[in-house]
Design a binder for this molecule. Structure first.
Ligand code: IMP
Length: 451
């Protein structure tokens, strides 16, 4: 049994994404930074993630590749080895961050030279491939899956390849993707790919890609270097706190979610082990939190959730909790809390604590319905990551009393909460088999209760 390392938190999405974990990371980093320096390590995903930070002066910045700790001066944020980085988008994001913080007030930034690259070539291939795939609304269009596929196919491009500018490697990368795209019937230079803001532009020629990458590499070079030794040293130095910010969510993991609505990275807390080259044993992380919405679930894509809500309550929640895609504005599906799925995600995600957001989504004229199990051929069955299987199960529901959401606003501790809310939290913890350590009761940073 490995001993836990104090002052360490990992925070991952415990359902299908968009649980509100960015705000929790921000809170945890802020608190930890009061008592010492903090490393915020992001190990997976890339520009497919999205989290908007609002400042008291009304300015808003959407973070995609930078972890939430970027706005905290005493933090060092690390973009780890198993992230897929789009240099142009990253520079634009840094530019926006500097626009609100002034450079000297933002965190120090380190990019692992081993981090993977996800370029417009990957976005083009993904976009063209979509025409050949059936089902699903596809990816976020950010070239995530092709960049990860490069690793398995043994030709990844890494940050250091652009910093040292390995022109031969970059050139053959373009040629390979041009051939793949041409094999699928299109010419790579003309394929339209999204920018950070979602506008479309053509990939352009090889010479243009090389020229742009050269300029981007120059602008990013100061942040890029070896990370492994530094990370190992800080992990052993107990004065440093650690926050691991995972991207996406366990229910979107390519092994634990349902096809085609899955991403290509390891979204579980286990992913920290390989991204840190074994320096950090996830078992040693003290709080390994799965963030979930307290009273309901939301989902984008084509997956059919067994506990999908089809009545007017779904519309009411969607409006009240703004459950629309952050970039696409697509209405999200709303479902009753699915305990079999959440129990499964907690287990495979290595989660040892639950953090419940949106505790204020509760209506006095509606009990809270929770799916506590699945039945198949009159037998109880557990969640399995297989849509065909899930299509056959019948959910079993239980109704619990709701609470007056207005009474949460000023709550500072468990006993300040209405009894129904306390009972609900205890019920969720028992059913999922993981303690609840924090709830959020509203959108402001201080609207949270530690339990
Ligand atoms: P990809 O990550 O771009 O490959 O997209 C694969 C699937 O994951 C798609 O169904 C996306 O909608 C979904 N996805 C990726 N990132 C997020 C996220 O941050 N929140 C919710 N869904 C996501």
């Amino acid at each position: 049994m490995s001993k836990t390392r104090p002052r360490t938190f990992a925070i991952c999405g415990g359902a299908y994404g968009d649980e509100g974990k960015g705000r929790i990371v921000d809170m945890v980093v802020h608190e930890l930074s009061q008592t010492g320096p903090v490393v915020v390590f992001r190990d997976n995903g890339g520009a497919n993630a999205g989290h908007t930070v609002e400042f008291p002066n009304g300015k808003r910045v959407a973070l995609h590749q930078l972890p939430s700790g970027v706005f905290i001066k005493d933090a060092t944020i690390v973009l780890g080895k198993e992230m897929v980085i789009h240099p142009e988008d990253l520079l634009e994001e840094l530019h926006q961050v500097d626009g609100v913080t002034e450079t000297e007030y933002r965190a120090e930034i380190k990019i692992d030279e081993m981090a993977l690259l996800s370029l417009d070539t990957h976005r083009a291939f993904e976009s063209v491939l979509k025409d050949w795939q059936s089902g699903g609304k596809g990816s976020t269009g950010r070239g995530i899956a092709p960049a990860y596929a490069d690793v398995l196919l043994r030709h990844p491009l890494r940050m250091r390849d652009i910093v040292t500018f390995d022109q031969e490697k970059i050139s053959s990368h373009y040629d390979l993707y041009a051939a793949l795209v041409s094999g699928l019937g299109q010419e790579i230079a003309a394929v339209l790919v999204p920018t950070l803001k979602g506008e479309k532009h053509p990939v352009g020629s090889k010479a243009e890609l090389v020229r742009n990458l050269q300029a981007q590499a120059k602008a990013l070079a100061a942040y890029v270097g070896p990370v492994h030794g530094w990370l190992e040293e800080k992990w052993l130095d107990k004065k440093w706190g650690f926050v691991f910010e995972k991207a996406q969510a366990v229910g979107l993991d390519y092994r634990w979610g349902v096809y085609p609505d899955v991403t290509a990275s390891d979204t579980t807390i286990d992913g920290i082990f390989s991204a840190s080259e074994g320096a950090i044993d996830p078992d040693q992380i003290e709080i390994r939190a799965g963030v979930i919405k307290a009273t309901y679930m939301s989902s984008v894509g084509t997956r059919k959730l067994p506990s999908l809500m089809t009545d007017a309550l779904a519309d009411r929640i969607r409006e009240d909790a703004h459950e629309y895609g952050a970039t696409t504005k697509r209405p999200r599906d709303i479902a009753y809390l699915d305990i079999p799925a959440l129990r499964f995600f907690s287990r495979v995600g290595r989660i040892n604590a639950l953090m419940l957001t949106h505790m204020d989504v509760s209506y006095l004229d509606h009990p809270i319905k929770v799916c506590t199990g699945y039945k198949l051929d009159k037998k109880n069955v557990a969640y399995r990551p297989d849509q065909e299987f899930l299509n056959q199960v019948t959910p079993v529901y239980k109704e619990l009393p709701s609470w007056d959401a207005k009474l949460l606003a000023k709550a500072k501790s468990r006993t300040d909460l209405p009894q129904e809310a306390q009972d609900f939290i205890a019920f969720v913890a028992k059913e999922i088999g993981v303690p609840v350590t924090l709830i959020t009761t509203g959108p402001q940073r201080d609207q949270a209760v530690k339990l």
